[in-house]
Design a protein around this ligand. Structure first.
Ligand code: SF4
Length: 78
């Protein structure tokens, strides 16, 4: 099983400001909905690195990435 299948990706809609950066960074993973909020369309195509980079580049840390198996929060980390 590819590493990517182990990621659980979600977007905090209240934190998302709709700038679309994640859709540029990881276009297979995120898309904008009709309220200009990012949603996860597929978390199994972009690479793990690409998804984590998109999360790191989100200006409001609205993207949460967790390891599906261990529950470990990979981003944001504190
Ligand atoms: S990068 Fe962050 S703030 Fe921008 S659209 Fe994506 S989730 Fe929303």
């Amino acid at each position: 099983m590819p590493d990517i299948d182990k990621l659980k990706v979600s977007v905090d809609r209240d934190a998302c400001i709709g700038d679309g950066a994640c859709c540029s960074d990881a276009p297979e993973t995120f898309e904008m909905d009709d309220e200009d909020k990012a949603v996860v369309k597929d978390s199994s195509t972009d690479s793990r690195e690409t998804i984590l980079e998109a999360a790191e580049n989100c200006p409001t840390d609205a993207i949460v990435v967790e390891d599906r198996e261990t529950g470990e929060k990979l981003y944001p980390t504190e």
